[in-house]
Design a protein around this ligand. Structure first.
Ligand code: ADP
Ligand code: MG
Length: 671
């Protein structure tokens, strides 16, 4: 029976005795040694012991309890600004006190403010191990946590759940030993290896945690493999599409298409992520997958995160697909109700083969007659729930296949851990003839030179993006800045046509501006980040990014990917303000130094931590409490291999391992 008092720790995610055992210290305090007061230096945290010489309630300089403690050599003041009456009694003259805290130089000599302390006797032993400091929340004190953990340790089964045959990486101790050490490290232990979590005991715990994650994701993957999907094998429409494409597929495109094609032919639902840096040519792969599904008698839904992007897809796909005989429909929130209704009727009746659009696709009222494939572009922009909703739309009695696309590369370790239930195809080659984009960092004070460059580029017949930041917290202000910038550029660049596009325009207005830009009628386009993803205008060869320091790394990378799409030499100018914060400076340095999306993502992970990559996927669920994907990359790999072995050879241990580490939390993982 679980101890009912464990409810006190619910806010720490602790529900079972064994959760307490796995509640590991953040850091330690060393109470194993005493420091003579005479040797204590201001600014250091030490433990001292002495007898109370005097204690009084002082009125000045501030009201408080002031205790003078003396050991053999010197005296030290303990100062309490808040205190209980009972404390007054503890500090009677002659009482022996052991206190731990930071020493400061005070008005009357050395002092400690609010030290931790206890009343001891001459023969009270010092602890033999470091004192753990646990992560906690307001209202749960260290002392009660320590006591509860100690009790739980005595009652929890920490026997091995990982088989002995070489599955645990070499040099790591048994789990029970590791846990015991971490809760009560012996005094000689290497402090820094504990703090950095490189100590073998930490590494063992981290390995087990990563292993639980791998096991759980692999299980949800095999659960999916039990489900039915239509086998899509029709080839004629794919051939028709290949015949009308104005280019040859690159080697990388051929490779990923054969991977995806093989998945689609299977009767289990595909769950595949297609990764490729901006401009690598993912759209045509989506088109081929769609053609395969449609040629096999099924419908396809293609969902993009913004209207502009959805429209770009439509523009790109429409001519190809129409020539290949596909009936394509379009659905976004900005259509008139009557238009939406007509589209929905078409789709439900099976009179449209490919439905392209935004979030509007997952509205309840959209029904397909035979949905065989869903394609989600820029998948990380959507939450899990949205993707699942799209997948749940099926008129065919089986689950549709799912293809997700992303230009934001997931760093390798992240892909191996959080995305272990996905298959990943990678386009690691750009179409031929691309020229690298030159990136320049220019102070906003030199704006005139930049305007000169804009005129020169326009004089050559090329086009320019001028991007302004727009962040939720300061949206109104940012919007105004974009509008002002547009007005200034209209003046400064006359007679060039300068357009403006931002998220507050109606769908039709945006569409009109974009269309004029695509045609070349608008030469300079002032835009907020609505153009971040997917927009494809090969004639644009210069991008100016205002206040570049306010953008995130992957945003900058995506934005920069809008140029360098034709055979032109392209330049990206990052304008920055004067007072750059260190992190902002670091981001600009990364984007300046490299154009490799994977390297950028890796450094982004270091700068930001994994949270933002995961989007809604794990929101609120701290899946990995101890592991750090960058630091523990080696263990991620080891855990992945170990998971495969365990699932094959030791199914009972898998159950026990998951029960220990995830308890009831597993449902969050498979999403
Ligand atoms: P992204 O991967 O960023 O979505 P797109 O699919 O928009 O990239 O492709 C970028 C550009 O490259 C488009 O203009 C597309 O038509 C073109 N493209 C794609 N594949 C090839 C290829 N194999 N050869 C030449 N151009 C290609
Ligand atoms: Mg794209």
């Amino acid at each position: 029976m679980a101890d009912p008092s464990i409810a006190r720790f619910a806010r720490l995610g602790i529900r079972r005795e064994q959760d307490l055992a796995l509640h590991l210290p953040l850091r330690y305090e060393d109470e194993t040694k005493l420091m003579p007061v005479a040797a204590a230096r201001p600014g250091t945290t030490v433990q001292v012991e002495g007898t109370v010489e005097r204690s009084e309630v002082a009125r000045r300089p501030r009201r408080g309890l002031v205790v003078t403690l003396r050991d053999d050599g010197a005296a030290l003041i303990l100062r309490f600004l808040h205190y209980y009456a009972s404390q007054l009694r503890q500090f009677t003259s002659g009482a022996r006190i052991r206190a731990i805290g930071e020493v400061r130089g005070g008005l009357f000599g050395l002092e400690m403010v609010h030290p931790r302390y206890r009343v001891v006797h001459e023969d009270t032993p010092l602890p033999e191990t470091l004192t753990p400091v646990y992560p906690t929340v307001a209202g749960v004190g260290q002392a009660s946590l320590r006591a509860a953990v100690r009790k739980a340790l005595g009652q929890t089964d920490l026997s091995e759940t990982v088989p002995g045959d070489g599955v645990v990486p070499q040099g790591l101790p048994p789990l029970a030993e590791a846990i015991a050490l971490l809760h009560a490290p012996p005094p000689g232990v290497d402090h820094s290896s504990l703090a950095e979590r490189s100590h073998p005991a930490w590494q063992r715990v981290i390995f087990d945690e990563l292993l639980a994650q791998q096991l759980s994701l692999r299980r949800s993957r095999s659960a999916r493999a039990q489900q039915d999907a239509p086998g899509l094998t029709g080839g004629a429409m794919v051939d028709a599409l290949l015949a009308v494409l104005p280019f040859e597929l690159t080697g990388a495109q051929q490779r990923v298409w054969s991977e995806i094609g093989a998945d689609l032919a299977r009767t289990q639902p595909m769950n595949r992520l297609l990764q490729g840096d901006v401009g690598s040519g993912k759209t045509v792969i989506a088109a081929l997958a769609a053609a395969r599904a449609i040629g096999s008698g099924f419908q396809v839904a293609l969902m993009a995160p913004t209207e502009i992007l959805a429209e770009q897809h439509w523009r790109k796909l429409e001519p190809w697909m129409a020539q290949a005989g596909v009936r394509i429909a379009w659905l976004t929130g900005s259509l008139k109700d009557s238009e939406k209704k007509a589209v929905r009727a078409q789709v439900a009746a099976g009179e449209a083969d490919l439905l392209v659009g935004t979030h509007a696709l997952i509205e309840q009222s959209v029904e397909f007659s035979r949905l065989g494939l869903t394609i989600v572009d820029e998948q990380h922009r959507f939450g899990v729930a949205q993707r699942l909703k799209l997948r749940a739309k099926t008129g065919a009695g089986a689950l549709p296949h799912q293809l997700m696309m992303s230009a934001t590369p997931i760093p390798r370790t992240l892909a191996m851990s959080y995305y272990a239930d996905l298959d990943v195809s990678l386009i690691d080659e750009l179409p031929p003839g691309r020229r690298p984009v030159v990136t320049k960092l220019i102070s906003a004070a030199r704006r005139d030179e930049v305007l000169e460059r804009v005129r020169a580029v326009a004089a050559q017949g090329c086009q320019v993006y001028w991007v302004c930041p727009l962040v939720a917290e300061s949206e109104a202000l940012d919007l105004q800045t974009a509008i002002d910038t547009h007005a200034r550029l209209v003046d400064a660049l006359a007679p060039l046509t300068v357009g403006l596009v931002h998220g507050r325009l109606s769908g039709a207005e945006k569409q009109e501006v974009m269309e004029r830009f695509v045609r070349g009628a608008v030469r300079v386009l002032v835009a907020t980040t609505v153009i971040e993803v997917g927009v494809d205008v090969p004639n644009a060869s210069l991008m100016v990014i205002e206040d570049a320091e306010r953008f995130g790394l992957s945003q900058l990378h995506q934005l920069r990917g809008r140029i360098g799409r034709g055979a032109l030499d392209s330049v990206c100018v990052l304008l920055y303000g004067t007072a750059l914060a260190p992190l902002a400076r670091e981001r600009l340095r990364v984007i300046y130094e490299t154009s490799d999306g994977f390297e950028i993502a890796r450094r982004d992970l270091i700068l930001r931590g994994p949270g933002e990559f995961l989007g809604a996927r794990q929101s609120g669920v701290p899946m990995l409490r101890f592991a750090d994907l960058e630091r523990d990359a080696r263990l991620v790999e080891a855990a992945r291999d170990a998971a495969a072995t365990m699932l094959r050879k030791h199914p009972q241990l898998v159950e026990r391992h998951l029960a220990r580490w995830l308890g009831g939390r597993e449902e969050y993982l498979g999403a």
